[in-house]
Design a protein around this ligand. Structure first.
Ligand code: SF4
Ligand code: SF4
Length: 344
């Protein structure tokens, strides 16, 4: 596939051309919070930070969404009616996060209508990470600072320009249709490759995680969990900031015969999440709730998806108010299972 070069001073024009065909989402900063939002005409994205605080999954799966309206005459589903969506400036871990969530919402048997309609004909342009943060560990979980999973185009920031590498045929087609986009030269491509190699080399060597799933399975009833979860407050900052957490609740709100049905992000970290109508709660303790989060990502999703349900974005590391670090948990789990001789 051809590779292209986008001068940064031409970014606005590039985004305007995309906006003729797509609703363009990119990182923005509002009230001190960084997240993805649809760009206003003429608005430039905020690209001088690496990772948004809020994960970009809400582009395709809003935190709250009215999915149905009802009144005396009946019910009517609501649906996204905007243009196809283009995401610009997503980081490779988050682009991979789209793929993981998509496997949950769309499979051979079932399709989540609300996710699927936004994802239809969407374009993902990611920007690789020249200088990964200390909390990033994408290279532990099968990714990397320039991983292409989930991207249609991967951009490398060389300082004054982006080298655009189409990954999918769709990405190639859209790039070919952008006017005045220069083709990258061999020299440009070599420069991008050197930055990519340097970025990966700057990340600490990952530990071997081959035995992580079997270690967790073997430790399920072990007192290990009491120790590693003792500090947890159950605040759910980790799940709400996670690009691969996807659980939701459905609530109806009505007044005088009219109402709406809303889908809202939910979290396994809240006691109500599993409380049954009888009052019984199978996950009564915070230990059992945090264990569920870790078992889901590092054991159950290996069974259902064939890979970890974590992309190593590090948001949960940065957002946890009591400094629970998923990397320390992973290393501790493997070591504990090995020391106890329970590793499968
Ligand atoms: S578990 Fe933590 S590091 Fe992994 S994807 Fe979720 S927020 Fe990112
Ligand atoms: S952010 Fe930290 S304290 Fe809050 S629920 Fe997650 S692990 Fe527990």
């Amino acid at each position: 596939m051809n590779k292209y070069k986008l001068q940064k001073d031409k970014l606005q024009n590039f985004l305007e051309q995309l906006a003729e065909r797509f609703a363009v989402y990119a990182p923005v900063e509002k009230n001190g919070i960084t997240s993805f939002a649809e760009l206003e005409p003429g608005q430039l994205p905020a690209l001088d930070f690496l990772r948004t605080q809020k994960p970009p999954k809400d582009i395709f799966y809003p935190q709250t969404e009215v999915i149905l309206k009802f009144d005396e005459d009946g019910t009517k589903s609501t649906e996204y009616t905007g243009k196809p969506i283009a995401v610009f400036g997503v980081r490779p871990c988050d682009a991979k996060g789209f793929v993981i969530v998509e496997r949950v919402f769309v499979d051979k048997k079932y399709e989540d209508f609300y996710w699927a309609i936004r994802r239809k004909d969407s374009l993902v342009i990611s920007i690789g990470c020249n200088e990964p943060l200390r909390s990033c560990f994408c290279n532990w979980v099968g990714g990397g600072p320039f991983d292409t999973t989930g991207s249609d185009v991967l951009a490398t920031d060389t300082g004054t320009e982006y080298i655009l590498q189409p990954v999918s045929e769709f990405g190639e087609r859209v790039m070919a249709e952008i006017e005045k986009l220069e083709k990258a030269t061999e020299k440009d491509i070599d420069k991008a490759k050197a930055l990519q190699t340097k970025a990966l080399a700057s990340m600490p060597e990952p530990p071997a995680l081959d035995s992580l799933k079997s270690s967790l399975d073997a430790l399920f009833d072990d007192p290990f969990w009491d120790e590693v979860t003792a500090k947890c407050l159950g605040c759910a900052a980790c799940t709400f900031s996670c690009p691969t957490c996807y659980c939701f609740d459905i609530q109806d709100e009505s007044r005088r015969g009219k109402g709406v049905r809303i889908r809202i992000w939910d979290t396994c970290q809240f006691p109500l999440f599993t409380k049954e109508g009888s009052g019984h709660n199978p996950r009564k303790s915070q230990m059992s709730r945090l264990r569920q989060r870790y078992m889901h990502k590092f054991s159950y999703m290996v069974e259902t998806q064939g890979e970890f349900g974590c992309v190593g974005c590090g948001r949960c590391v940065s957002s946890c108010p009591v400094n629970i670090d998923v990397r320390e948990f992973i290393v501790e789990a493997i070591a504990t299972a090995r020391d106890k001789g329970v590793e499968a």
